[in-house]
Design a protein around this ligand. Structure first.
Ligand code: GDP
Length: 304
């Protein structure tokens, strides 16, 4: 992910190397290249606009101060702006004062929620927590089973409406809102300090799905609602994120499939358009392909 954006930005900065001071034309040329690179990487237009104007403003300021090494300073400015659009500080899970901490996952079908549930459970377990997974994706055949397999691999128990669901032809039934509530009660009763609730998605945003997600949110009053988004979906990322932000008022974003080779820029726009931070990244199908998202490190990788 971001390879092409990274190459383009690096090439742009090469042109500035060795310049004693930057003329307005240098800044204009550089900013134009940055704009093109961001647009080509699928970064949303309003995000590009605000990014580029900030870089330009600051880079022109440099000329006034007649900095000794303006090329490097422009790289630093771009780096800082990238960190800013990626949310600034690393944002940790907001743990409940009175456990269990309730974490709800939301997103489109195929976004990577169920996979993420297992990864997050494993990650939290490694930090000394005692998570419980709750299977509320009762729409997709096999989703409960998939969560059970992920739970088993992560060494984390799974609360499911039908523990006996064992084949992809046996569709689980039940009301996901009730299951979610029961799952949280189970966690409280069995003294799990974190509960991760996996919910159903659809291929596209629709009212019924959003209502179900909103109903689950209202029923369990989670401390975190993580919106999982497939980084490969291109420009749709922004609209989808906005729809989920309105529908379930998520508290953080998980960028999934960052291991893919898509351009990825739309995912970079999600924080800017929703005001919600990226908290985690999913980088593969395995349970360990998971990272706490650090905006500064991601910006560094893009510019390396
Ligand atoms: P859900 O419908 O949102 O629960 O999505 P799933 O967790 O079932 O994931 C959908 C597909 O994407 C599955 O085939 C996963 O193995 C795959 N997947 C999930 N996360 C990642 C990731 O970070 N990288 C890659 N390459 N594949 C992923």
């Amino acid at each position: 992910m971001f390879n092409s954006l990274s190459d383009r930005l690096t090439a742009t900065f090469k042109n500035l190397r060795g310049k004693g001071r930057l003329t307005e034309a240098d800044v204009d040329g550089t900013v134009r290249e940055i704009r093109r690179a961001l647009l080509d990487a699928d970064v949303a237009v309003p995000v590009v606009r605000s990014f580029v104007s900030r870089v330009k403003e600051r880079a022109l300021g440099l000329e006034v101060s007649q900095s000794l090494n303006p090329g490097q300073q422009v790289v630093k400015i771009v780096n800082e702006q990238l960190v800013e659009i990626l949310g600034g500080q690393t944002r940790r899970i907001n743990l409940a004062k009175n456990p269990p901490t309730v974490i709800m996952l939301a997103g489109l079908q195929g976004a990577g929620k169920t996979t993420l549930a297992g990864k997050l459970a494993k990650h939290l377990k490694s930090e000394g927590h005692t998570p419980l997974l709750v299977a509320c994706d009762l729409q997709r055949p096999n989703a409960v089973k998939q969560l059970q397999i992920n739970g088993e691999r992560a060494g984390v128990p799974v609360y499911a409406p039908h523990p006996g669901v064992s084949s992809e032809f046996e569709e689980a039934t039940g009301d996901p809102v009730v299951v979610a509530g029961n799952g949280v009660s189970e966690a409280r009763q069995k003294q799990h300090d974190v509960v991760i609730v996996d919910t159903a998605g659809r291929l596209g945003v629709d009212e019924e799905m959003m209502k179900q997600a909103a109903d689950i949110r209202a029923a369990i009053n989670p401390h975190e609602v993580l919106f999982v988004i497939d980084s490969m979906i291109g420009q749709d990322a922004v609209n989808t994120a906005q729809a989920f932000n309105e529908g379930v008022d998520f508290t953080g974003v998980v960028l999934s499939k960052l291991d893919g080779d898509a351009r990825g820029g739309a995912a970079l726009s999600v924080t800017h358009v929703t005001g919600k931070p990226v908290m985690f990244a999913s980088t593969g199908e395995g349970l360990d392909d998971f990272e706490v998202f650090h905006p500064d490190r991601m910006a560094g990788r893009i510019l390396e």
